[in-house]
Ligand binder design. Structure first.
Ligand SMILES: [Mn+2]
Length: 328
């Protein structure tokens, strides 16, 4: 698969006049950092590209963005080649799905469980065995990466390590396998220093962010014999603290240490009456619940968007989680 992919990938990239890299709505440290490192790999082959965002604050990746070319989606842009990372369904691209209409070719690289409405592409890699899309890039473009100058290889290793920190939640999720450690050992041999990446990516919160987290944790509610934990952050809280929640690390990780839980749901208000719901469970399959509402993810971690008041949305999700628990 490696050879075929990299050949096909570089052939498409070389034919393209211009290249866009993009990822799912509410981008994260896997999709966005994968875009940053793939942009560097393309640059090293003499190919320029642009990362198309939703205009979110990317400052938490600034330590990897010295040479990054990116801009917010403007609505009517045309790119010959569009590379979609960490997502393979049209809905998950939001407004940026318009990029695909004008594209001559499309590449999709993802590691989520297959969903409805997959993006039609010239080249698709979807493999849920991979810990992150960064890890897919490393394995599929390994010969190219190994041939680069040491400083560039280190930069790419740093980025791939960050995608793994993000998607394993600092090596604490069930996707932290022997292969993940083996891959990280290779990254360390390329010059990646784990303690520096940990500091840069996981220990860079502002005091305002901690206030946002603290206020969100203050509204924890427990259901079903204290086995289901709900909490939320609304628009009023973000406005009061003058914070852009899309720029923050996942808030849900602060409750993943709570003992004896069957499921966690975190509700964040995206717009008036629209809630992004993040689900976590080591017992039930939350990907199935997310898929029911057009969302997606993995068995243990998934997300969806729901409209309604907070209590309507929470009632709905509580019913779904309770039903899934009953079926166990
Ligand atoms: Mn990912």
């Amino acid at each position: 698969m490696t050879e075929n992919f990299s050949e096909g990938f570089f052939a498409l990239a070389q034919q393209a006049q211009n290249i866009a890299l993009t990822t799912h709505i509410a981008s994260d440290g896997d999709g966005m950092v994968s875009a940053i490192i793939l942009q560097e790999i393309l640059r090293q082959s003499g190919l320029s590209s642009t990362i198309i965002t939703d205009g979110e604050d990317l400052s938490r990746y600034s330590f990897l963005m010295q040479n990054c070319q990116y801009r917010a989606f403007q609505g009517d842009e045309q790119f010959d080649l569009v590379i979609v990372l960490d997502c393979h369904s049209l809905e998950r691209l939001g407004e940026r799905s318009a990029l695909l209409k004008h594209a001559r070719s499309v590449v999709v690289m993802d590691h989520h469980v297959s969903e409805h409405n997959p993006i039609p592409a010239d080249l698709t890699v979807i493999d849920h065995h991979f810990v992150s899309v960064g890890a897919i890039i490393y394995r599929l473009l390994e010969p190219q990466i190994k041939s680069l100058q040491p400083a560039i290889r280190k930069f790419i290793a740093d980025g791939i390590y960050v995608t793994i920190l993000n998607d394993t939640n600092n090596f604490s999720n069930s996707n932290t396998t022997a292969e993940v450690f083996a891959l990280c050992a290779e990254l360390a041999r390329d010059g990646m220093q784990a303690h520096l990446m940990h500091q840069a990516f996981l220990q860079n919160q502002s005091a305002q962010e901690m206030l946002y987290v603290g206020n969100s944790l203050a509204n924890i509610k427990l259901y079903h014999h204290d086995q289901i934990l709900f909490f939320h952050s609304d628009l009023a809280l973000a406005a009061r603290l003058k914070i852009d929640p899309s720029s923050l690390m996942s808030v849900i990780r602060y409750v993943q240490g709570v003992a004896n839980l069957w499921a966690i749901a975190y509700f964040r208000e995206l717009k008036k009456g629209v809630w992004k719901v993040s689900l976590r469970s080591l017992k039930i399959n939350v990907q199935e619940i997310a898929a029911k509402y057009g969302g997606g993810g993995h068995r243990n971690a998934a997300g969806l968007t729901l409209k309604g008041t907070l209590s309507e949305v929470q009632d709905q999700i509580l019913q779904d989680i309770s039903a899934a628990i009953k079926q166990l």
